[in-house]
Design a protein around this ligand. Sequence first.
Ligand code: NAI
Ligand code: 3PY
Length: 325
Amino acid sequence: MKVFVNKRIPDNGIQILKDGNLDIIFQETENPTHEEWLESCKQADIILSVGGKNKYDKEFFDACPNVKAIALFSVGFDQVDIEEATKRKIAVGNTPDVLSRATSDVAFLLMQMVSRKVNYNTAKVKSGNWKDFHPLEELGQELYGKTLGVLGLGRIGFEMAEKCKAAFGMNIIYHNRSHNEEAEKELDAKYVSFDELVQKSDIISIHANYTPEQADLFNTSVFEKMKENLIFINTARGGFHNEKDLFEALISGKIWGAGLDVTNPEPMQKDSPLLELPNVCVLPHIGSATLEARSGMARLAAENVVAFSKGEKMPTCVNPEVYED
Ligand SMILES: NC(=O)C1=CN([C@@H]2O[C@H](COP(=O)(O)OP(=O)(O)OC[C@H]3O[C@@H](n4cnc5c(N)ncnc54)[C@H](O)[C@@H]3O)[C@@H](O)[C@H]2O)C=CC1
Ligand SMILES: O=C(O)C(=O)CO
């Protein structure tokens, strides 16, 4: 079978594909146009897909009837119309668990960077604007004993809550599709409604899976209900927050600060007004960017490809219904 790999992935993944006797098609150009990418997809039976830019929807499946499976190099699968893929019996795999530590580390890091305005303060030193010690300047806020609100307490949300509890003795509240009994037992996490989460949290960290129905979930009417000291952290997907509304909430003092690893659009425009604010820290979607996580992702994605090519079930399949008769 032919597998199309649209970006270079760690060597351990390529080795697994070679050992699985797959015929590998690599993307020839560094920044392919949509048409160039689509042409390569048309030749493949399986796509090993890196990045969130390429969408796998009805239009794509119609254009590439030969494609039988998609192995994503990500745990998030919002770039795929899963319902449509399942209808066509196209198996979709993702890369859970191996990146939970790295991604929750980034959420934890952003929370601390924002709480002490690290971004702004390092820029101050670099620009020569560090003048003198002042008792009233550059005051941050401490995180000890605060309430962390997790939206989407799954694999990554759990690890973020665990770190916040261990490091800062935080109270954990969460809103999820269902109760997370492990978190309730081990972290004393309390299930709350979305409204309660918004009103009671000192820090909100988003770790839910994104769907288009949740676009702009965090908008002015939601920011208005938050505490004034609220630190907003999004490492899930940029579509969850409305960037303009977030900016307004920050400059009007409705909330205190924001740390983003994901933006809408990505990459963020370099003239985004958010980048001018002292209590904001933006990272370029680096949640899973560690050697360890990326090699785990390469392994899982390649194993999904090989399993599918042998007629076996993908080990980490998003839509296992495709294997039912
Ligand atoms: N910044 C980065 O580099 C990375 C970002 N991510 C993002 O993190 C997300 C979460 O990953 P995992 O923790 O592995 O997924 P998961 O599936 O283990 O956890 C997500 C949880 O969110 C819940 N959920 C979904 N929609 C919800 C809603 N509207 N309200 C409340 N709860 C909701 C689900 O029930 C589930 O418990 C991914 O889908 C991806 O978008 C993942 C890895 C790296
Ligand atoms: O895995 C994901 O969903 C990412 O966003 C990148 O690792």
